[in-house]
Design a protein around this ligand. Sequence first.
Ligand code: PGA
Length: 254
Amino acid sequence: MRKPFAAGNWKMNTNRKTGVELVSSLAEGASDLAGEDVTVAVCPPFVYLESIIKALHNSNIAVGAQDLYFESDGAFTGEISVAMLKDIGCTYCLCGHSERRHVIGETDELVNKKVTAAINGGLLPILCVGELLEERKSEKTNEVVTRHLEKGLAGLNDEKVLAVTIAYEPVWAIGTGLTATPEQAQEVHLFIRNLLSKMYNETIASEMRILYGGSVKPSNTAELMANPDVDGVLVGGASLKAEDFLGIIKASVQ
Ligand code: PGA
């Protein structure tokens, strides 16, 4: 059985005070569910990670970074290594989020290096994949998702790939208020699971969690989660309000 997973991606939002307040409310509100019934993680901006980790000290809510750099140390101005993230107590890391691919210009090759470095350094990567609106309209969704997965997971053996969580996030649904229908989400999630089965094997494909992301709200979580291949949600905007994210956490447990 795959345990549900609700992850919040704060992007470039909050400050130290609002971030700490947010996780304090989450820790209190989700104390009976987090860890036991659902994996809960928040991904704050780098500079607040340590304060958030401290504030979540006695909770079962995990903390992830929004990005990392694949080199271990050296002259890489502005970058943050896996060892640094481990050092302060991070568990997860987003890799290849659509904003990093499409705003910052990350390639599949770079994303692969980040996923690999994360696993080798003991972080659990959440590999984000998903198509642009034009790509969906021209029926290229499967092609794009295949490229993101084949290139993003390149070189990972059976044991390493099990450290990865996949997040399917159609770019046209991110921050737009448009959500993929439960049927659209299930169709792509099943496609991803079948692809993982071909790339690895059926056991591995059945163990890996595939999250949906893109305008997830408390009101649409249950119907998305009702699909057999939707194992959780990656939430942007709605993870910034304690009440909304708590509603999503609760709705992700069925
Ligand atoms: P959204 O963002 O929930 O605000 O659409 C999702 C994401 O980018 O992970």
